[in-house]
Design a protein around this ligand. Structure first.
Ligand code: SF4
Ligand code: SF4
Length: 212
């Protein structure tokens, strides 16, 4: 396999606008989800069978009492060696891009295996049909020479390109951020194609922001 493609999500540049979340719904023709206000802008509250991307909002106090408000545009990380392919022969690990795709209408992907091995708690199941879904890295758009819809919609934080170029950009940005904040880091960059840059402990963004 070639090195394939990667997506960079620099959370230090994310405004929490949720344009990526809406663009994902639109491109994939996924219906809106009935929700209610729960005291947070995170809405719907989680990923779902028809929600491949959700912007997570997390707030709290840093050591010393300074408040934080983190945004984390959660999605499948398209692992370089994806453990979830063990969940069924229907799962495609695309040679050219590295995207991990659960084809629409799948019927034999074992959800318990997929969610059990996923380090980032990503796959979701249709309660009625038992079909399993998640982000496809917009494989259809990539095959047509287009960026993933979320990346195209993002005004500030997301980039897409050849994996080696994205990894170089990740290193450059982390080095720049670390000049003023030693906590700045790229999450699991060697293991995933969707690489998040954060400037605080990954757990303060989301329980499954990092593997393990
Ligand atoms: Fe599979 Fe989870 Fe990795 Fe996505 S993040 S490729 S669902 S193991
Ligand atoms: Fe953040 Fe970009 Fe998504 Fe807006 S579109 S929430 S800036 S990642």
């Amino acid at each position: 396999m070639s090195d394939g493609k990667s997506i960079l999500v620099d959370t230090t540049r994310c405004t929490g606008c949720r344009g990526c979340q809406v663009a994902c719904k639109q491109w994939n023709e996924l219906p809106g989800t009935q929700t209610k206000q729960t005291g947070t802008y995170q809405n719907p509250p989680d990923l779902g069978f028809e929600t491949y991307k959700v912007v997570r909002f997390a707030e709290g106090l840093k050591t010393g009492g300074k408040p934080y408000w983190h945004f984390f545009s959660d999605m499948c990380r398209h692992c370089v060696n994806p453990p979830c392919v063990a969940a069924g022969d229907e799962i495609v690990h695309d040679e050219a891009t590295g995207a991990v795709v659960y084809p629409k209408g799948n019927s034999k992907i074992d959800f318990d295996t997929a969610i059990g091995v996923c380090p980032y708690n990503i796959p979701r199941k249709n309660a009625k049909s038992a079909e399993v879904s998640k982000c496809t890295m917009c494989i259809d758009r990539q095959q047509g020479g287009q960026k993933p819809a979320c990346v195209l919609s993002c005004p500030t934080a997301m980039e897409y390109g050849e994996r080696d170029e994205i990894l170089r950009e990740v290193d450059r940005r982390v080095a720049e951020l670390q000049k003023t904040n030693p906590k700045a880091q790229a999450i699991d960059a060697e293991d995933v194609r969707v690489i998040f840059i954060v400037d605080d402990e990954p757990k303060t963004y989301h329980d499954h922001a990092a593997a393990g």
